[in-house]
Design a binder for this molecule. Structure first.
Ligand code: RTP
Ligand code: MG
Length: 140
């Protein structure tokens, strides 16, 4: 399996509770390396662009409102099979269905306020990383 990169976001529900360090520790203990990281607050336009794939879903507007409600931490994670690995570490979208020991089981509040985002394919990872970081900000 090749070394891969994925985009991770620590969402506003987690920055609000000051648990970014706990989440980063779980990512690192899961075998991923943080090779880029920044704390930002998205404008509505930035969130709408990032989640454009979901624009016809019923939860789109609420999701954009939530993701702009406070600071977020954008990260590029690197490791073997990083996209799939990160999704294993995060657990299911709905924290109630997330497996024991996953980030969402541990910290997620509900299906929307689920603490983390992770790219869902290597192709989307490349797009999301390019949207959020300049190549010069990524140090592997
Ligand atoms: P993510 O993109 O954040 O890694 O999460 P995911 O792939 O597991 O879930 P996805 O279907 O892509 O949904 C993106 C985010 O939208 C919010 N959501 N709300 N109210 C709802 O039914 C609902 N469903 C999804 C969550 O914040 C989810 O992570
Ligand atoms: Mg998704």
């Amino acid at each position: 399996m090749a070394t891969e990169r994925t985009l991770s976001i620590i969402k506003p529900d987690a920055t609000e509770r000051n648990i970014t360090g706990k989440i980063i520790a779980m990512l690192e203990e899961g075998g991923l390396r943080v090779v880029a990281q920044k704390r930002v607050r998205w404008s509505r336009e930035q969130a709408e662009k990032f989640y454009e794939v979901h624009k016809d879903r019923p939860f789109y507007n609420d999701l954009v409102t939530f993701m702009t409600s406070g600071p977020i931490v954008l990260q590029v994670l690197e490791g073997e099979d990083a996209v799939a690995r990160n999704r294993e570490i995060m657990g299911a979208t709905n924290p109630a269905e997330a497996g024991p020991g996953t980030i969402r089981a541990e910290f997620g509040e509900n299906i929307e306020r689920n603490s983390v985002h992770g790219s869902d394919s290597p192709e989307n990872a490349q797009k999301e990383i390019a949207l959020c970081f300049d190549e010069s900000e990524i140090v592997g």
